[in-house]
Design a protein around this ligand. Sequence first.
Ligand code: ZN
Length: 184
Amino acid sequence: MKIIKRIDTWVEVLKKLPEVRYAGDLVLRQVVSEVKVEEGVVLGEKLGRVLIKYRKIADYGRGFAAPQIGEGKAVFVTFVDNRLQTFINPKIIERSEETNFYRELCLSSGIMAADTERPEWMVMEWTDVNGQRQKQKVDGFLARLYQHEEAHLRGKINLDEAMEGGIVFATFDPLKEQLRKTRG
Ligand SMILES: [Zn+2]
């Protein structure tokens, strides 16, 4: 993918999704506060609408967190297998020692990608939209996605967690990107 295509996409996002916050906005660097379930559900629906709009523009995009629309609240959404899911007050309670590498994109990082090293699997707890506390061990791409979104709630974006020299222009095809065992 050529960088010019990425820039075109980003310009469209800037025009059509004015609620999105970008790197440099301090709201992205704040640790969020927990929310009540009802508030989490409303916020999840709002985030879901933006993520779906984004996917129409960019053809990809799997997750979106509350700080990215200026809300310092512990909520993120994912879009996986054609389904939106809301995670309220998520907490990672266990992480593997084994790690992997992946060039992460983020709506809030514009045309830049960040190669980041993260645990290969982890266990996360969260509250679902019915108010039930859930717990799941995930690995592979899902573990990567959840950790990226959870990092937003700790006030970190992918650029903050990139390995040394890992911040690059996103000229690759995000749909073909693979998890790697080594830094490469
Ligand atoms: Zn992100």
